[in-house]
Design a protein around this ligand. Structure first.
Ligand code: FAD
Ligand code: NAD
Ligand code: SF4
Ligand code: FES
Length: 811
């Protein structure tokens, strides 16, 4: 029998997924031709949100590349829009003049974004968010324009808004309802979401009815029916979608809202099927991939002649793909009549949960802030099993109460095998476990390749990662890769690379997006992330004080009795009688139990009560010496040529200059400098992080020394002639260390790890040194003296007030 001809109109996610199934079930049954109006191979539309938000490149979202079509002997007409179907003679025609005969025709034309028919909607700068072209347009626009307005506060609108924020635009979201995502959330969850998104920088215009779009050629403003307006250089409409049925309708196929299909995806015309967003099944046209993939599986079986019970419709669940925010919604979340709802709300932790029950069965859920139990609840909802007596457990789940001690591994291990892990692709825990244990898939990408789990929206990636961690160690006998701490498997370089690639802007966002298995982080990763974010984004990152150690929060070294020390900065260790008098007076006034000269040539006032700190700083009126911080500490100097008969250069002047250039700089670990005026090296420069030793006609620059527990002598970096060169090399070296070392790694350990040669190579070209120096200056330009900052801020000052009956803090 001759092979049948199968033509598919539409090269999108649902149609191609159906063909993938078909090719597995009956590889040689059809000669396949696909027409796709977009000029690309099949790609993951869902991931356009990630592309916009900087999480992926367009090339990365291709699902099946050009070769896949060749390998499967599929004739693809990309960039061809089918404009006519002759159902009598069974031929389709494209706008480019191509035609194809069919025995079987699949309509997989998806949806069109709904464009509000406002006056001015045809102006330049008014677009939808549906395809690669829209995505590229937004990225281009953000380079030249600043103000973006998104109409529609649903899933798509908020994901578009997040992407536009990432692109540096000011973003206002216009929503017709009084609260966001009303199709997925109740008002409480929606308000919590709004607060979180406002904190990320979005502005919301709620209960607004758009009236007209103004501007000459290009959009300039959006006006509302209440007489108000908002400036706009770009308007993105995200107000819903409409199944794309025009072609089917013109061919005489029955359409309602979508193309009407039965349980086998058959239309009213024999031989013609529909699948995906364009199809309407039992009155519903779906707009999420999970149900569309279920439809595709049924269609493939039908076409392959494999028995199937047919498609019976789907319960859907959604997750918003906005980093830093966890939102899950499923089923009848809005408490329809006859249902009862149970709620749990923790405003401090930003967690809200609601489950909706009907006839002892779970029929809906909304989760905000902690969506860890989403897939479990969704499975229960689909299974329709009785949840009588388990309501409290479902609501409180693992997040609080008895479950609080359950680790993420235990939580994953306890999931039943038939639990759906990847909602988009309907992949169960059992399938993933099988891939890991029996098919040698020991990474997330190999699990994705094998099972498709995590290949669509990516929302299940942390779960897949968790399962890989849980089972891969056993199968391979290999140690599971170690991360910077127990909360992640990522190392320092991977984290820094991902933060810069994805433009992640807060500790919470990093943990969320990079799948931290402990959502709170720990005392190791939180300060590390705080440092990396500050180093990468010196201008925009707001230091998270709570993620610093006590010493850095109170700008003093905490002592063993809970008191603090105060060390003012004394540049190069050079002071004056009046400064000494002032220090002495303050020490007397505040009864400072001990005044000590430190090894770094500073004066340490020890034993100060926390509540006295601000007053002492005020009276001292000197900059903080940062003796407590991961920062530039001291620059020790010898007297040098000014007084010493051996001195060849002005070591004091050089030291003071370096200290003034570098003070307040935050670094991975403490950094100490010293300058000696001759090779006798009285300032002990060769056990410092950066040591400068004067020689005849120049300076030797030494790096990577340490005088602490692991004593290490410096290695010679280079010899330079002028003071300017000393500053340039010191700045470049320290910035390079800032950009490449692990948090809490001293230069001595770092140099041993990376090797002096690699550092020399990175610094050998003047232009590279200048670029590093410029980045260091930028970082410094954002720093203020912390003591002064606290003195001028009443709220910050309050942190130093004694607690009633407070015990001294113990370290
Ligand atoms: C930015 C964004 C994010 C999303 N995020 C999620 C998410 O997180 N989770 C989720 O479940 N869903 C999400 N969705 C929805 C999901 O992408 C769609 O449900 C899914 O892509 C629909 O697949 P489809 O094949 O039915 O339609 P489409 O993917 O739209 O494919 C239809 C294709 O047919 C082509 N076509 C139409 N008419 C013709 C013609 N006459 N001739 C030739 N070709 C034609 C179109 O150009 C299109 O390429 C998102 C959508 C967008 C836009
Ligand atoms: N994470 C996800 O699952 C995800 C992400 C993006 C898109 N999608 C899917 O893509 C499709 C399109 O998404 P969508 O958000 O555009 O559709 P939607 O229908 O879910 O939401 C549209 C929103 O726009 C609002 N709206 C309607 N008219 C308006 C007006 N005149 N002014 C202001 N607001 C108005 C509605 O109240 C609604 O909340 C949907 O099927 C959606 O499920 C899913
Ligand atoms: S290093 Fe010692 S010997 Fe040389 S100038 Fe300084 S104090 Fe004098
Ligand atoms: S849940 Fe979307 S890819 Fe798995």
């Amino acid at each position: 029998m001759a092979t049948k001809k199968l033509v598919m109109v539409g090269n999108g996610m649902a149609g191609v997924r159906a063909l993938e199934h078909l090719l597995k079930l009956a590889p040689d049954a059809y000669e396949i031709t696909i027409f796709g109006a977009e000029p690309y191979p099949n790609y993951n539309r869902i991931m356009l949100s990630s592309v916009l938000a900087g999480g992926a490149d367009i090339q990365e979202i291709v699902i099946n590349d050009w070769d896949w079509y060749k390998e499967n002997r599929i004739q693809l007409y990309a960039g061809h829009m089918v404009t006519r179907i002759d159902t009598k003679n069974r031929v389709v025609y494209s706008d480019q003049g191509a035609e194809a005969k069919y025995d079987v025709l699949i309509m997989a034309t998806g949806s069109n974004p709904f464009m509000l028919p406002l006056p001015g909607a045809d102006k330049e700068g008014v677009i939808a968010f549906r395809d690669i072209k829209d995505c590229e347009m937004m990225m281009e626009t953000s380079k030249k324009h600043k103000k973006a307005v998104v109409i529609g506060g649903g899933l798509l609108g908020l994901e578009a808004a997040r992407g536009l924020l990432h692109l540096g635009m000011d973003v206002s979201v216009v929503h017709i309802h009084p609260y966001l995502m009303e199709r997925q959330l109740d008002e409480t969850a929606s308000r919590m979401l709004q607060r979180e998104l406002e904190a990320q920088g979005m502005t919301f215009l709620l209960s607004k009815h758009s009236e007209s779009i103004m501007g000459r050629k290009r959009v300039k403003e959006l006006r509302f029916t209440d007489g108000t307006r908002v400036d706009a250089d770009l308007i993105v409409m995200a107000v819903g979608i409409r199944p794309n049925v025009a072609l089917a309708k013109s061919a005489g196929i029955e359409v309602n809202r979508g193309i009407v299909v039965n349980d086998y995806m058959e239309t009213n015309i024999p031989g013609i099927y529909a699948v995906g967003e364009c199809a309407e099944h039992r009155g519903i046209a779906y707009g999420l991939v999970a149900p569309l993939y279920e439809q595709g599986a049924v269609l493939a079986k039908r076409l392959a002649g494999v028995d199937t019970a047919g498609y019976a419709g789907s319960v859907t669940s959604t997750k918003l793909k906005v980093s830093g925010v966890d939102v899950f919604s499923a089923g009848h979340f809005a408490e329809p009549e006859g249902t009862r709802a149970l709620r749990y709300q923790d405003e401090v932790e930003g967690v809200y949960k609601k489950i909706v029950i009907h006839d002892d069965r779970l029929v809906g859920a909304v989760l905000f802030g902690d969506t860890g139990d989403g897939s479990k609840l969704f499975s229960l909802m689909k299974s329709r099993e009785s949840v009588k007596g388990r309501e409290k457990e479902l609501l409180l789940g693992f997040a609080v109460g008895a479950g609080a001690s359950v680790s993420p591994e235990e939580r994953l291990a306890s999931l039943p095998d038939d639990e759906i892990i990847c909602g988009c692709n309907g992949v169960t825990k059992e399938t993933i476990k099988d891939a890991i244990l029996n098919k040698n898939c020991t990474t997330v990408s190999s699990v994705k390749a094998c099972t498709k789990a995590s290949g669509s929206c990516g929302g299940c990636k942390p779960l897949v990662e968790g399962l890989v961690q849980l089972y891969a160690g056993d199968v391979a006998g290999e140690p599971v890769k170690e991360g910077i701490c127990g909360c992640t498997t990522l190392n320092r370089d991977e984290i820094v690379a991902e933060i810069s690639r994805m433009g992640l802007k807060s500790i919470k966002e990093v943990m969320n997006v990079l799948g931290w298995n402990n959502p709170e982080g720990c005392s190791k990763c939180r300060p590390s992330l705080n440092y990396y974010l500050g180093m990468l984004f010196p201008e925009s990152y707001k230091d998270e004080k709570e993620s610093r150690f006590t010493n850095e929060r109170y700008h003093g070294n905490i002592q063993k009795d809970g008191t603090y020390s105060v060390v003012p900065r004394i540049y190069g260790g050079v002071t004056s009688p009046s400064e000494l008098k002032k220090i002495a007076e303050v020490a007397e006034k505040f009864d400072v139990p001990m005044v000590k000269i430190t090894g770094g040539q500073r004066i340490d006032l020890l034993g100060v009560k926390k509540e006295d700190l601000p007053k002492m700083w005020e009276e001292l009126d000197m900059p903080s010496g940062y003796a407590y911080g991961k920062a530039l500490r001291t620059v020790k100097t010898c007297v040098g040529s000014t007084f010493c008969r051996f001195g060849t250069q002005d070591s004091i002047g050089m030291g003071i200059r370096l200290e003034k250039e570098l003070e307040r700089l935050s670094t991975p670990a403490k950094v100490k400098l010293a300058v000696s005026g001759c090779p006798r090296n009285c300032a002990e420069a060769t056990i410092k992080d950066f040591g400068v030793v004067a020689i005849d006609g120049g300076w030797e620059l030494h790096v990577g020394g340490n005088g602490g527990v692991h004593v290490r002598a410096t290695e010679l970096l280079c010899v330079v002639k002028t003071e300017d060169e000393v500053v340039e090399w010191a700045s470049a070296f320290i910035q390079y260390y800032r950009e490449h070392a692990q948090w809490n790694e001293r230069t001595s350990v770092w140099i041993e790890r990376v090797g002096l040669d690699s550092v020399k190579k990175a610094l050998e070209k003047k232009k590279d040194r200048e670029a590093l120096h410029a980045r260091l200056k930028l970082a410094l330009s954002t720093q203020k003296d912390p003591w002064k900052e606290i003195l001028s801020d009443k709220e910050l000052r309050k942190n130093f007030e004694p607690l009633p009956n407070a015990e001294p803090v113990k370290n």
